[in-house]
Design a protein around this ligand. Structure first.
Ligand code: SF4
Length: 237
């Protein structure tokens, strides 16, 4: 029998088509984006990343990666230092906290893995996830975003958008934690990174266009899957 999770993904895919995520050029940029993306919109993250790329291209004396430079990498971020990094990523918001987190990740990558993402990613999804979660400031959502979008591992990014859709349909409680939301998807869908990538992108699109703070169920592709009585809201206190 087809699972609810599969039905959700198929419904959204036929409504919206493939989403072609993630908007970053290299796996390292994906890692930077995942760390900077907390509590801000992607436009601000892009601005911060493009500042970093401009500076790194200037340092190596080239205009772009295609010109023979190394481009943006962990060694460059470490050389920049925390104060320098704060200035460059300022557009991403809460820049002091985020600069510390990004610096910790980059130092760890350089010291433990010779600055090589290939070396870091040369392990299974759970082991990579556990390694990333050891770094202070990297939470499960960031670890999953790096593992899925930068390393191509089959792990689900169970963000707040995803949770909201499940809770409103009564498939999971509003009080459920991150791991419950992640397991809800991973226990039902085949372990397939491309599928998880597409599913997450489709869910984010649904949440941004329909399942907002106040849901707009009319016209939403998932309306036909609502429980009797409509979307379930979190109980107010
Ligand atoms: S039908 Fe309503 S509750 Fe369900 S995803 Fe769409 S907007 Fe959200």
């Amino acid at each position: 029998m087809i699972s609810t999770a599969t039905k959700v993904v198929e419904t959204l895919l036929s409504a919206f088509g493939p989403q072609k995520w993630w908007p970053a050029e290299t796996p390292f940029e994906v890692c930077v984006g995942a760390i900077l993306a907390q509590n801000t919109n992607w436009k601000n993250v892009e601005l911060a990343i493009s500042n970093l790329k401009r500076l790194s291209a200037g340092e190596s004396g080239v205009g772009s990666r295609g010109s023979g430079g190394k481009g943006l990498d962990a060694e460059f971020v470490v050389r920049l230092g925390t104060a320098g990094l704060e200035e460059v990523i300022r557009p991403a918001g809460t820049f002091r906290v985020k600069a510390k987190r990004l610096m910790r990740f980059c130092k760890w990558l350089v010291e433990e893995h010779g600055g090589s993402l290939e070396r870091l990613f040369d392990r299974g999804p759970e082991s990579l996830r556990e390694a990333l979660l050891e770094i202070s400031g990297i939470g499960p959502e960031t670890a999953d975003a790096i593992a899925l979008y930068a390393a191509g591992k089959a792990t689900f990014v169970a963000d707040a958008y995803t949770h909201r859709i499940l809770a409103r349909h009564g498939w999971l409680d509003w009080e459920s934690g991150y791991d419950d939301v992640r397991s809800w998807w991973m226990d039902s869908l085949p372990r397939d990174a491309a599928l998880y990538n597409e599913a997450h992108a489709l869910l984010v699109k649904t949440a941004k266009e329909f399942c907002k703070a106040k849901p707009k169920c009319d016209g939403c592709p998932l309306q036909k899957m609502l429980p009797d009585g409509g979307a379930r809201e979190r109980e107010r206190w």
